[in-house]
Design a protein around this ligand. Sequence first.
Ligand SMILES: Cc1cc2nc3c(=O)[nH]c(=O)nc-3n(C[C@H](O)[C@H](O)[C@H](O)COP(=O)(O)OP(=O)(O)OC[C@H]3O[C@@H](n4cnc5c(N)ncnc54)[C@H](O)[C@@H]3O)c2cc1C
Length: 413
Amino acid sequence: MPHTTTVVIGAGQAGLAMSRCLSGLGVEHVVLERGELAQRWRTQSWDSLHLLTPNWMTRLPGFEYDGTDPDGFMSVPELIALFERYAAESRAPIVTGTTVERVERADGGFRVASNRGVWSSESVVIATGYCDRPAVPAASRRLAPSIAQIVPADYRRPDQLPAGNVLVVGASSTGVQIADEIQQSGRQVTLAVGRHTRLPRQYRGDDIMRWLDRLGVLSQPAEAVHDIETSRQQPSLQLVGRSDHSSLDLGMLHADGVRLVGRVRDIADHAISLAADDLLTTMAAADIKMAEILMRIDQVITTNGLPATAPEPFRPTWPLADSPESLNLEAEGINTVIWATGYRRAYPWLRVPVLDARGEIVHEGGITPAFGLYVLGMNFQRRRNSSFINGVGDDARVIAEQIAHSMARGRVA
Ligand SMILES: Cc1cc2nc3c(=O)[nH]c(=O)nc-3n(C[C@H](O)[C@H](O)[C@H](O)COP(=O)(O)OP(=O)(O)OC[C@H]3O[C@@H](n4cnc5c(N)ncnc54)[C@H](O)[C@@H]3O)c2cc1C
């Protein structure tokens, strides 16, 4: 059984950042990856997907974006190429095609069993991703079998879908992008709108991410928010990364013919019951939240005398909804439902008791209650951008230091 100080599970951005930081501190380790490096991006992205974070935000420990278009938005193949370059420069000890099947305590450390052998280690870093598995409502099981159901990880392009109209459930970044693409392809899309975070792509002459960065919103630490569990459940930003830097919001989708309806409440065969009563509230809440953020940007501009163009007129979303209480898929000619309803995580291979009642890893800033076991890449792990490419590095540094410190003390904490 090979022995190493640290086994890192997963070679996405989190695993790569972790490896770089461990190498920097001289900690011997191995990165076990079930597929290829950046497997999730390779296999679970739709064809037209570009990052919603601008290129200047594509940075990892020891790496800053060095291309010619810092304000552009990378395609997935470009991102994979960048991760490959980063891994090569970092000399990351990645073992691909190796699925971890069991992690358990052994001899004061860990025994990590995979389909390609067993490793023993003093510490383990779980970097298997926050967007691990689709979170599809249980009601989906009551949908008529004739309706195709698909999750964003399996969506590639509109012509892959069966003929007919489409219901997209979920109006965060993924839901609005997919709804837009399918509508543009000539099909009628109905978009069921739940909680979402509306933001314009650009505001007062700069990208919204630049403003959020200046406000310190992206790097806001977990201790600074009132209720970290609530903050961790905030919907993702309703943004898209396009070469024309355009926004994509519900008002624009409505103008393009997408039908906006309320949250899916229940399903019986072809009948979908909708939360008509909360649609206006949901949209108004997103508008108010956005107005609040834009006001904070205005304040920063005024206080610091920053160069900026005049504020753009604010267009509320709420008058756009028709709010039906139900939808009959057969009558609407809808043959496909796309569940853009977020992600969950599952650790069936983890035999160390660190999971809470929801099956989430209990941790504080990535440090679990089990001696030597860490998790990386979780939403708002230590900072708001912990699960983003530009945020995971800070968390990786802290965990690497913890591991190195424990080694120096002759034990792994
Ligand atoms: C559609 C979408 C768009 C996004 N856009 C952006 C963006 O624009 N900007 C941004 O900063 N962030 C974005 N994110 C968020 C985040 O950057 C990604 O989710 C990213 O993939 C997270 O990287 P990660 O390394 O934490 O996890 P992952 O990329 O999920 O990597 C986990 C790795 O672990 C491997 N693995 C899992 N289980 C095992 C096992 N048992 N054994 C061995 N290996 C295993 C997987 O194969 C995978 O390679 C986006 C996320 C999604 C879903």
